[in-house]
Write a protein that binds this ligand. Sequence first.
Ligand code: ATP
Length: 136
Amino acid sequence: MADQLTLEVATPSRFVIGEQVDEVVVPGIEGYFGVLPGHAPLLSTLGIGELTYRIGRDERHATVSGGFCEVRNDKVIVLADSAELPGDIDRARAERARDRAEQRLTGRSSEEVDYARAAAALARALIRLQVAARAQ
Ligand code: ATP
């Protein structure tokens, strides 16, 4: 058994993280789960949330939204619909997305509302703001 994990995070358009890490916490569709070296093989659908990875005592964070996570042979592969490191996140854009989604969900929008879509957009915006705040 290796004493570290290889973490790779990619989206359809870019490679976001490639690191040797000690621990990863992944936002699965049914909640967060932790992965340490020696973890049993696993395939999980991703939710919308914060991916946390630890290198020694250094804890780092990224957003992920949708996709899959595979754990096998001390390798954690995350293929996400979108993923951002704190420095990638445009806070003003996320604030606008949050405000739009809140307007739709609170009935202050004149258009017909797809509530599930608006709720997912709100969750993505809030996670982006949470992860961006960690960069400050
Ligand atoms: P928006 O309405 O602002 O486009 P969204 O939640 O609909 O937000 P997504 O469909 O999740 O956006 O993402 C589309 C692409 O834009 C992805 O590549 C994602 O990483 C990027 N992206 C979305 N919001 C931000 C942001 N606030 N800062 C940086 N990149 C972002």
